[in-house]
Design a protein around this ligand. Structure first.
Ligand code: AVJ
Ligand code: FE
Length: 425
């Protein structure tokens, strides 16, 4: 007979082993992005707001070393020569272009990782589970940023061809009924927002009750076909649809279309992506709707009205698979917004997780009971009314950073990350 005590030891052990497996899997996905990469791409700063992909790779090792080897295990720093380069607050982004080679960076990662796995084997789960889960999500997020930067580079290289492809050769009438226009009504009531789970990041804590009046929300993210109607109407030149801040952004950026726009009917049922908050806001006004608040988005994605419980994922509590949603670079591109019926939320929303991030109307802010973890600069310094919340994850989001309570944040003018939106009313 197995005693209660050894049963709980087994459980602790298998949890630890599953975290270690996740570390290994996540690393394999990160490194996949660097297959056959030349040194020029590795060191290229594609945009002033984004560091080269090679920097992100080194920063992943730096962060593991800092939190597990140095701060937790009290070991001396193994690569002090990299500290200034890879610390988040070490060098301005434009000085992150002289980097160790891909091979040297991989050695750095491997050396740190070997010691990290050693420490994990020797440390109690109870003591460090939160930190390990944080670090897994830290790599997941940088891995996604690497995908953004690579897409940005591809986009810049092909931008001359694309320049000519937006000339309204196909016309889609705004009057055609589109089944993807459907909205779902969410009845008034309380739901639970945020999460206290061990993998919840500081900004998701604490879980708290929120009451919302009845509202409607799009069943699907806004598609390229729908967005094209807005473009066709000359909206990028029409002040009427834009907020003051949005119009200012438009004049500075001289945007005429979404960043990743390709005018091809093959993409029409895919979500629009590469839009700023301002473009999303203007589109919503154009169709007589608005953007959902974060609470409205999260309730529609996670609340199960019947059992009055919160689901971790829209479909329930099983971990995300390729059947549920487009994530983890499985397709390396967007998919049609109605492609994942098994990923629907209890209210019937499609594509809330994966495919594209979705802008919400909410500023990134602290929940009741917020305590920073593991450092102020992770979330707290961004509670500044200058960052909007994005929900749901994209086709490049790792499964460990994919859940309805997960909160991402960017300045409203940023559009390099894979962001689209859905509307509410
Ligand atoms: C939450 C994705 C905006 O990449 O800047 C990574 C996550 N914070 N390392 C970012 C993060 C520290 C963050 N985002
Ligand atoms: Fe980081």
């Amino acid at each position: 007979m197995i005693s209660e005590l050894s049963k709980s030891n087994l459980k602790v052990n298998s949890t630890k082993q599953s975290i270690i497996r996740a570390f290994v899997e996540c690393r394999a996905k990160t490194l996949e992005l660097f297959q056959d990469m030349d040194e020029a791409t590795f060191c290229l700063q594609a945009h002033p707001d984004f560091s080269p992909v090679g920097w992100h790779l080194g920063h992943i090792a730096y962060t593991e070393s800092l939190w597990i080897l140095e701060r937790s295990a009290g070991l001396p720093c193994l690569f002090p020569q990299y500290n200034q380069l890879y610390a988040a607050d070490g060098l301005p982004k434009n000085q992150r272009v002289k980097l160790p080679s891909l091979t040297a960076t991989r050695d750095y990662l491997d050396t740190i990782r070997e010691k990290v796995l050693d420490c994990m084997e020797r440390t109690d789960l109870q003591q460090q589970e939160g930190l390990w889960r944080f670090l897994l999500q830290h790599e997941s997020q940088h891995s996604e940023t690497i995908s953004f930067v690579l897409e940005l580079i591809r986009n810049q290289q092909s931008s001359d061809e694309k320049e000519n492809s937006w000339h309204l050769s196909y016309s889609c009438s705004p009057l055609l009924p589109n089944p993807l226009n459907e909205m779902i009504q969410i009845p008034a009531g309380e739901f639970e927002m945020g999460s206290n789970s061990v993998d919840a990041l500081d900004n998701e804590r604490s879980a708290h009750k929120v009451y919302l009046d009845t509202y409607s929300i799009d069943r699907y993210p806004v598609t390229c076909k729908q967005y094209r109607v807005f473009m066709e109407a000359g909206s990028y030149k029409n002040h009427q649809w834009w907020s003051e801040a949005g119009w200012q952004w438009l004049e500075t950026e001289k945007a005429t279309k979404p960043l990743y726009w390709e005018d091809n009917p093959a993409w029409y049922n895919h979500p629009v992506w590469g839009v700023s908050y301002y473009e999303a806001e203007a589109y919503a006004k154009f169709v007589g709707k608005r953007l959902p608040t974060e609470a409205e988005w999260e309730k529609a994605a996670s609340w199960d009205e019947k059992s009055k419980t919160r689901r971790i994922y829209p479909w329930g509590n099983e971990l995300p698979t390729a059947e549920h949603c487009n994530h983890n670079n499985i397709h390396n591109q967007t998919t049609p917004v109605n492609a994942y019926p098994s990923g629907q939320s209890a209210y019937g929303l499609y594509d809330t997780l994966g495919n594209v991030w979705e802008w919400t109307a909410s500023w990134f802010d602290a929940y009741p009971g917020f305590e920073y973890y593991p450092y102020k600069g992770y979330s707290q310094v961004y509670f500044d009314n200058e960052h909007k919340v994005l929900k749901g994850g994209s086709w490049a989001t790792r499964p460990w950073a994919l859940r309805s309570s997960f909160r991402n944040w960017y300045h409203p003018g940023v559009r390099q990350m894979f962001a689209g939106f859905r509307c509410a009313a």
